[in-house]
Design a protein around this ligand. Structure first.
Ligand code: 4AD
Ligand code: MG
Length: 479
């Protein structure tokens, strides 16, 4: 008999039909004559209730059926007397595929902390929370490709191993096959990368942007969606060493077109989640409320679905860095030195606490900041005529801070080349990038959306380690 997925079965009303389901036991409870097994196969957050009328054979089997065991059940669809669901399955035959010893199985039907579940990332998919997150994550990946496909973008694969530092922040993981016990050196005592695998120093990419630009300067609208790597030692709830980034790049777009696209895409993704993942979002909303129930009322998050609708219904606030700087410098927490980093001089980079103040306290909606001081931004950003700022934009979200970073790109060969020299970036590693400004250069722009930061927003989770299946962070590379 062909297996039917629980999601499908729960939607059917074929009472009396015999079907086969397979899945993992969430709970088992029972009385003298009847036992109930809640079975889940991951196709939906909802469990199928299996009704087992006890006979000698079933009774013997039930001794080996515990939370975590895997079963194949042939049974008859019956109308559910309970209110939670419309169907249940009356068991006819049960096959135990794999047992789970209740004295050892770590996932008992009780509340486990998120920290504990990180230690058992190989099993946490089997919880409601991680099942929901995984399904929402899939829906968001799918929606991203759909959004760009429907809007005339081409997906391009950018390299994971590169020899350049796209962000110039020097936070790269090196890639080498040199013998680390005996590293070859040149006459000056520097590492001799000419003997290395690629004949030069190589690293894991921090961004696919530079290569996406090359493609955009021929195909007009492209995007890359791949893993990126940052060796920064930041142990926060918003940083990963390996994360996924969506980077669209568009020829003939200026910074305003770029911001319009960023806002439209974010809203599309939120709407997609609401339209396609409501079961999981409702569960995640309850989870968040439950987790925050001991917080003071004004420290609690807005209810998840309400928060998502709120972002959909409001235009993002667009302000310049200088305006944001003035608001922050004159703000109460700044004057009372309640910010960890007090804002004094124009030109300072904003920290997450400042970004969240602007979004959550001042404007009470997402904010896009444009025209940042050039000293705190990457070499490739278009320089404004004032000589001090660049056409950069960051999109800031509640609870997260920066969710998108983007810019119009410098398309003038001389200005770009001068900036590369000023910032001490080895020009010979970027000759190909510079050449696109020599041949048919056009205004263009793009941005990067941190996929896991987006996942934080749509799931209401508080820690980025819980929205990626296997997080990589400093001192943590298990699984
Ligand atoms: O602001 P970033 O560094 O921008 C770039 O990499 C550009 N090349 C993007 C572009 O214009 N094509 O990173 C973009 C986004 C951030 O806004 C943030 O959401 C996310 O990537 N991000 C991280 N997410 C998780 N962990 C980290 N360590 C992250 N660093 C950046
Ligand atoms: Mg940034």
């Amino acid at each position: 008999m062909k297996r039917i997925e629980i999601k499908k079965l729960l939607e059917s009303t074929d009472y009396g039909k015999r079907v086969n389901v397979k899945g993992w036991v969430r709970t088992k409870r029972g009385s003298k004559n009847v036992a109930f097994i809640a079975l889940n196969d991951g196709s939906t957050i909802r469990n199928l209730q299996i009704v087992v009328d006890l006979n000698a054979e079933f009774e013997k089997q039930l001794e080996n059926i515990h939370t975590g065991a895997s079963l194949s059940v042939i049974g008859t669809i019956i109308e559910s007397p309970g209110s939670g669901q419309q169907v249940e399955l009356q068991a006819n035959e049960i096959e135990i595929l794999g047992t789970a010893n209740p004295d050892e199985y770590p996932l008992q039907p009780k509340k486990h902390s998120l920290e504990f579940m990180r230690e058992i990332a190989h099993l946490r998919f089997r919880t409601n929370t991680f099942g929901a997150i995984t399904r929402v994550r899939h829906a968001m990946i799918f929606a991203i490709h759909k959004y760009f496909n429907d809007n005339g973008f081409y997906n391009i694969h950018t390299p994971i191993i590169t020899a350049s530092d796209a962000e110039g922040a020097g936070e790269m993981f090196q890639v080498t096959t040199l013998n680390l016990e005996n590293i070859p050196k040149d006459e000056k005592g520097n590492i001799d990368h000419s003997q290395d695998f690629f004949g030069k120093a190589a690293n894991l990419t921090v961004s696919g942007q530079l290569e996406a630009e090359l493609a955009a300067l021929a195909l007009s609208k492209v995007y890359t969606f791949g893993p990126t790597f940052r060796a920064e030692n930041s142990n926060t709830s918003r940083h990963l060493s390996e994360f996924w980034m969506i980077e669209p790049e568009m020829a003939f777009y200026d910074i305003n077109d770029d911001m319009d696209l960023a806002e439209d895409m974010l809203k599309y993704l939120i709407r997609y989640a609401l339209d396609n993942c409501l079961d999981d979002l409702q569960f995640l909303s309850k989870r968040q409320a439950d987790e925050e129930k001991n917080k003071k009322a004004d420290e609690r998050s807005m209810e998840l679905i309400e928060k998502m609708r709120f972002v959909l219904d409001n235009d993002f606030e667009r302000i310049t860095y200088t305006e944001a700087y003035r608001i922050l410098r004159n703000s109460k927490p700044n004057k009372k030195k309640r910010f960890q980093f007090v804002i004094e001089e124009w030109g300072a980079d904003f920290q997450s606490e400042h970004e969240r103040y602007l979004v959550e306290k001042h404007f009470k909606k997402p904010v896009i900041i444009v025209d940042y001081p050039k000293g705190i931004k990457a070499f490739y950003m278009k320089q404004n005529d004032d000589g001090t700022t660049v056409r950069a934009m960051d999109v800031l979200f509640p609870q997260i801070g920066e969710i998108i970073g983007g810019s119009q790109r410098e398309d003038d060969y001389e200005k770009l080349s001068t900036r590369i020299k000023e910032m001490d970036i080895p020009e010979d590693s970027l000759w190909w990038y510079l050449e696109t400004r020599k041949y048919g250069s056009v205004p263009h722009a793009g941005f990067g959306l941190g996929f896991e930061r987006m996942m934080l927003f749509v799931t209401g989770m508080g820690n980025i380690r819980d929205v990626i299946p296997f997080p990589r962070t400093p001192m943590n590379c298990e699984f």
